[in-house]
Ligand binder design. Sequence first.
Ligand code: AP5
Length: 219
Amino acid sequence: MTQTLDVVFLGPPGAGKGTQASGFAECHGVPHVSTGDLFREHLKNETPVGLMAKEFMDRGGLVPDDVVCQMVRERLEESDADRGAVLDGFPRTVPQAEVLAGDLERMERALRAVVHFSIQDQLLVERLAGRLTCRGCGAVFHRKSNPPRVEGICDPCGGDLYTRDDDGEETVRSRLQTYRDATAPLLGWYEKQGLICEIDADRSIDAVRTALEKAVEGR
Ligand code: AP5
């Protein structure tokens, strides 16, 4: 078995997975693999995968497992993921988790940890309602809790900030329900394998970051 840093960030929409994943991945020298970002990139390029995914994303549902799993498999086979990857928003169903386990096993790898971002629903709604995302690099801000230095402009790359189509109230409600129905069962599944690290995500970005490092350290 090769010793890699393959970590899953699991939690409801708006819990802060993406905010933490990019810095954590950079610091540990592995790529940040966000299935949501990959679909948005496909959509920007108007690929068949992107156009198909849009239908599910707009409704707050899940893109079919086989499409997501194939996309992640190809991403993990890229050379920058040789030492591991931070999987943000994947897997989201037990069948996806089973496919991931098989793919990693074939690559003689295994998950190091599954970090669960735990947070109350009310905070999620506030976080998503104020979220701003960069069209260029995908960096994430918040109007109140994490504003950009210059309004409407991304700090790292100078790109335009926008509100995601799926951050409207109705779609957010449906994304939360999808999380409860399809993704929350993964907690018990991974718990049985001793992989879950709990993080209280209802703290400042810096405090969550510190807790994250501690949780993964020594695993
Ligand atoms: P995706 O893009 O993955 O969305 P998500 O999982 O719903 O997660 P979010 O990106 O909304 O939230 P986050 O936890 O990353 O929070 P963030 O850091 O941005 O997926 C989109 C869609 O793609 C899905 O609905 C589905 O249709 C499809 N899809 C994706 N993966 C799939 C899969 N595996 N299978 C099938 N379909 C799939 O933070 C949110 C806000 O809070 C920001 O404004 C941020 O600044 C702020 N914030 C973050 N941390 C803090 C903090 N500690 N304190 C205060 N504010 C904070």
